[in-house]
Design a protein around this ligand. Sequence first.
Ligand SMILES: *[C@@H]1O[C@H](CO)[C@@H](O)[C@H](O)[C@H]1NC(C)=O
Ligand SMILES: *[C@@H]1O[C@H](CO)[C@@H](O)[C@H](O)[C@H]1NC(C)=O
Length: 392
Amino acid sequence: MDCVSLFILVVLTFFHQTAVSSLDEITWTYKGVVGQSEWSEHFPDCGSSAQSPVDVITTQTRYDPSLFPVTPLGYSQYGNQPFTLFNNGHTVIVELPEWMGLGGLPWLYSAAQLHLHWGSGGPGYGGSEHTINGLSANAELHVVHYNSDLYPNMSTAMTQRDGLAVLGILIVTGEETNPGFNNILSYLSRIRHAGQKAFIPAFDVRSLLPNNLGRYYRYNGSLTTPPCYQSVIWTLFHERVQISKAQLLKLETILYSSTAEESENMLLQDNYRVTQPLNHRVIFASFSAESGRELSSGEVTAIVIGVMCGCVGLAVIIRFIVKTIRFFKLLHLETVVVNSSTSSWDILHNNRPAPMPRAKETENPKEQKQDLALNMTLEAERKEEPLPTSQL
Ligand SMILES: *[C@@H]1O[C@H](CO)[C@@H](O)[C@H](O)[C@H]1NC(C)=O
Ligand SMILES: *[C@@H]1O[C@H](CO)[C@@H](O)[C@H](O)[C@H]1NC(C)=O
């Protein structure tokens, strides 16, 4: 090999390596030059057909009774070792200890990290990645696990089809402060700039999750950031978690996507990817649409009024029946006294042969009783009449 070819080889190797490293470190963003629509040019998987996040159209989900509640393992045994909080310029990450994991899936998955996605405030702005029936939440928490039954670590697992399991938790604002989230939010001021890390006290990760882990949507998808590997079994919980408006505001306005060295501070906001086409994928639900449907306050009111009217109606009917029985008992007694040869049931028949004169005298009280029965029926009907209007 002469000097010239050696030189060319060295130059080629050098250029190859710079090309590779520049691809690895390409700075993608959510908006702008390497924004979401350009991701697939640099990271081909981002343009594939089973991407995340997705919009969950609840009427098109398929109920799968074999989907049991997922079980967080060791989430509450956080120990004394501090957690690491990290601003990577795209999100805030809490690195999770190896012993935390996720059960209820075909393999055991070990926890790797959790992170958040959010918006930029203001009415009508999104923030969550997944949407349900087209509706965004204010933010979204992802707890990332890798398949430790099959793979040695996160970096190997994330390229494999069954490599990752991510829990998706939709976050909305409410009146009350969520103390669980303050375990992260209280320390954001220590990692304002991209690349900064801080140790924070370990905390109960279960406190970030919704109470009900039995109701969720399940589908096969991807990482929601480049390189968008399609390696994620998604579990998106039906129940949403609440944080206060002040907590959301803190999340939205405290972090920068720029490093401390950069002259201009760029707020880290709107770090959510738009929903991706399902492309014939099925989203399974661990609960049936009927039992999972939450009743609106109007529906609840209607049901309460309906039940009340039903009870009143039933009371009126029972009262009528009791009165009728009493009436027949009374009638029977009187008939026995007046005419022991006539059964109490016979007197109801109007098409009897013309009564004998002696019987005629007994006719009047009977007719009066029948009139009384008729009046009572009318009375009962009158009592029932106002009911339908009270339903309105
Ligand atoms: C992950 O495991 C693979 C295979 O054993 C190994 O080559 C790689 O260095 C590991 N990566 C990390 C970050 O530990
Ligand atoms: C995900 O993909 C695997 C392999 O193709 C399949 O067995 C599994 O049923 C899929 N799960 C869902 C929820 O679609």
